[in-house]
Design a protein around this ligand. Structure first.
Ligand SMILES: *Cc1c(COP(=O)(O)O)cnc(C)c1O
Length: 388
């Protein structure tokens, strides 16, 4: 690179370093399981979104291997260009059934699903109303859409109503919220949001990235948990967290999904997922259906972990899920604590701006169904040492 530009980049990086915001990759030499290997040393892993342990489930792995043998490693082109693999259709049927919607469409990532659906539904004539703490992929979709964007206070329906009251002039009103918030672990008041949407004639979209496989009687997510699946117009989710694979999806009406096939640029202009991913995701959904014990175990782990954390005098904020934030505040201090935990054999990442608000840097703990009670006890013991 030209020296002048290289120097500019270096200055930018130096600034990040000074602010305690410089990011580096941690190289894993193992699967993202409850125990991971880094530089030949084992760590208890409390930062994976592989909530049900399905990424290493023997049947899920086997499905991917068999599909690779039969169909190869790559899909050859985007879904519309070179034909859609039979397995992609089966997966979409599976998702629609699981989410109780007419149909569904799979994207290569959850990020792309959010960007694709928002930019397809909203444009200059429309308004999108979002929770202040929605995921970055939702924010990016909103910005790219060109629609008017209004933000309401986190999980605050009074604030939402104030905003939506003044939105008559727009062609379409779209409310978007995460179901479980990725950095707080709290749950959106979906029932109230849905009833406000009906009152003011707005569409509702819910991002179930962290709730699918975890919430609801059959693991379908918060829409099922609250019994309002029929009232949510656009159900978004990812295959990369509890499902243990990669990919994203939108589930909803036939018209919505047909529109996405015709308009969603991340769907049209990016290569389809490899067949192995469709096969393993189908298998993962089957396991979620036939092994409810995994979900139960996860909830027992959550209960146990939170009780122990509270006994340590640590505040779990408003966490109502497998995601538990411990707010530290200062950026550098957060990284320091994460490093101390790592030295004790516990892997928990420090989360810093711009992922969260400045001054609210935190440890983000995520629990898995495959954590054993002794593993959780060890984590708690080490946290007790570090936070003493
Ligand atoms: C992870 C996440 C996404 C993006 O999903 P990917 O499949 O990882 O691209 C979208 N929304 C939320 C709330 C997430 O946590």
């Amino acid at each position: 690179m030209l020296e002048k530009y290289n120097q500019q980049l270096k200055n930018e990086l130096d600034k990040l370093e000074k602010l305690g915001l410089y990011r580096e990759l941690t190289v894993l030499d193992s699967a993202a399981d409850s125990v991971v290997t880094i530089n030949g040393k084992e760590y208890l892993n409390f930062c994976s979104n592989n909530y049900l342990g399905l990424a290493t489930h023997p049947e899920v792995k086997y499905a991917a291997i068999e599909a690779t043998k039969k169909w190869g490693t790559g899909s050859g082109a985007s879904r519309l260009i070179c034909g859609s693999n039979r397995l992609s259709q089966q997966l979409e049927e599976k998702i629609a059934h699981f989410k109780s919607t007419e149909t569904a469409i799979v994207f290569s990532t959850g990020y792309m699903a959010n960007v694709g659906v928002i930019t397809s539904l909203a444009g200059k004539a429309d308004i999108i109303i979002i929770d202040k703490l929605n995921h970055a992929s939702i924010i990016d979709g909103c910005k790219l859409s060109g629609a008017a964007i209004r933000v309401y206070k986190h999980c605050d329906c009074e604030s939402l109503e104030k905003v939506i009251k003044n939105s008559h002039q727009y062609r379409r009103r779209l409310i978007i919220t995460d179901a479980v918030f990725s950095m707080e672990g709290d749950v959106a008041p979906l029932k109230e949001i849905v009833s406000l949407a009906r009152k003011y004639d707005a569409l509702v979209m819910v991002d179930e990235a962290h709730s699918t496989g975890v919430f609801g009687k059959s693991g379908a997510g918060c829409a099922e948990h609250f019994g309002i699946a029929d009232d949510i117009d656009i159900q978004m989710g990812t295959l990369s967290k509890a499902i243990g694979c990669v990919g994203g999806y939108i589930a909803g009406s036939n018209e919505l999904i047909a529109l996405l096939r015709n308009k969603a640029r991340p769907f049209i202009y990016s290569t389809a997922l490899p067949p192995s991913v469709y096969a393993s995701a189908i298998k993962a959904f089957e396991i979620i259906e036939k092994e409810p014990g995994r979900r139960r175990q996860l909830w027992e782990n959550i209960q146990f972990f939170k009780t122990k954390l509270t006994m340590l005098g640590l505040n779990t904020e408003n966490s109502q899920s497998q995601i538990i934030p411990i707010i530290i505040g200062n950026e550098k201090k957060t990284i320091q604590i994460a490093e101390q935990l790592k030295a004790e054999g516990i892997l928990i990442m420090g989360i810093r701006p711009p992922t969260i608000k400045k001054g609210s840097s935190r440890l983000r703990i995520s629990l898995m169904a495959t954590h054993t009670i002794p593993q959780i006890e060890q984590c708690i013991e080490k946290m007790g040492i570090v936070f003493r």
